[in-house]
Design a protein around this ligand. Structure first.
Ligand code: C2E
Ligand code: MG
Ligand code: MG
Ligand code: MG
Length: 282
């Protein structure tokens, strides 16, 4: 048996297994082909403004329809793309596709909508990240005000000063920035002191169990107050029940995202959703 060090885990390979590529290896080796043959697509999940009941924005979420495995979760293939560096190419495709979608919705006469794109730490380590984002937006012809980037605290793991500088440049360009998955991992309030972000996205682990857990409710309530005092708006992710919605409204959360309102859907379905919600006028 050969033990192979992979990040922090050891994987065991028996001689018999050598000929059978693992799913991970197959995914890794088929990514470029997948990009070229249009196996990747974006689905869109609305963010609802709690005060007005209007759709405020939408998050682009990457999907991979693999010929052998069917739908593969981004939780499975994004880490592989990060490991190999393919995320740079894939991330640029995501941004360009989301920008083209914004443009198309605009041409359909839809009300202006803010589209957010998730960014990996590795994309942030590119030297020319600001220039390349700018290039994609101007190539497609969208304004920075139409685009939001969702970032996680991991972008501060390496070279935090450089990261902060980039965030300032992006904000000055007019892009909106959110801090995603807040409350997972090693979330620290100290990040909130310095970073120029507009939205704080509370991870779905915050909302799970909140209905019966008073202490969780108190933390949730306090975080919203802190975010508001720092001029940030709060988005609660993963809202699934009416009871959860009730609580986040009581605590003055600004926006919500979750299956209760809508799962991620195709661009066509999203356009219908906007029409029906805005027509209902509530
Ligand atoms: P995320 O950015 O935090 O996205 C939220 C995830 O929660 C999405 O999973 C969404 O489908 C799911 N979700 C939304 N509402 C609910 C709900 O009410 N209940 C539950 N249980 N889940 C809900 P998804 O689409 O599988 O994406 C998972 C993660 O993959 C994302 O987490 C993000 O970190 C990453 N990801 C997705 N697309 C991209 C991308 O284009 N680039 C990068 N770098 N990462 C991406
Ligand atoms: Mg996100
Ligand atoms: Mg999130
Ligand atoms: Mg997440």
């Amino acid at each position: 048996y050969v033990a192979k060090k992979q990040r922090n885990t050891y994987k065991l390979y028996s001689p018999l297994m050598n000929d059978v590529p693992t799913k991970e290896l197959i995914l890794e080796n088929s990514m470029l082909d997948a990009l070229e043959t249009n196996q990747f697509m974006l689905h869109y999940q609305p963010k609802l403004e709690l005060g007005t009941g209007r759709i405020h924005g939408v998050e682009a979420l990457l999907r991979w329809k693999h010929p052998e495995f069917g739908m593969v979760s981004p939780l499975e293939f994004i880490p592989i793309a990060e490991k190999t560096g393919f995320i740079i190419l894939l991330g640029e495709w995501v941004l360009r596709t989301a920008c083209l979608q914004v443009k198309q919705w605009e041409q359909m006469g839809m009300d202006a909508i803010l589209v957010s794109v998730n960014m990996s730490m590795m994309q942030f380590q590119q030297k020319d990240i600001v220039a390349s984002i700018k290039a994609v937006m101007s190539e497609v012809g969208v304004r920075p005000e139409q685009i939001e980037l969702e970032l996680t605290e991991s972008i501060f793991m390496e070279n935090p000063e450089h990261t902060l500088q980039i965030l300032h440049e992006l904000q000055e360009l007019g892009l909106k920035l959110s801090l995603d998955d807040f409350g997972t991992g090693y979330s620290s309030l100290s990040y909130l002191q310095n970073i120029p972000i507009h939205y704080l996205k509370l991870d779905k682990s915050f909302i799970r169990g909140i209905v019966t857990d008073i202490r969780k409710q108190m933390i949730f309530k306090s975080l919203i107050v802190i975010a508001h005092n720092l001029n940030m708006k709060v988005v609660t992710e993963g809202v699934e029940t009416a009871e959860e919605l009730q609580i986040i409204k009581e605590h003055n959360c600004d926006l919500m995202q979750g299956y209760l309102f809508s799962p991620p859907v195709t661009p066509e379905r999203f356009a219908e959703l906007v029409r029906s919600v805005n027509a209902a006028g509530e």
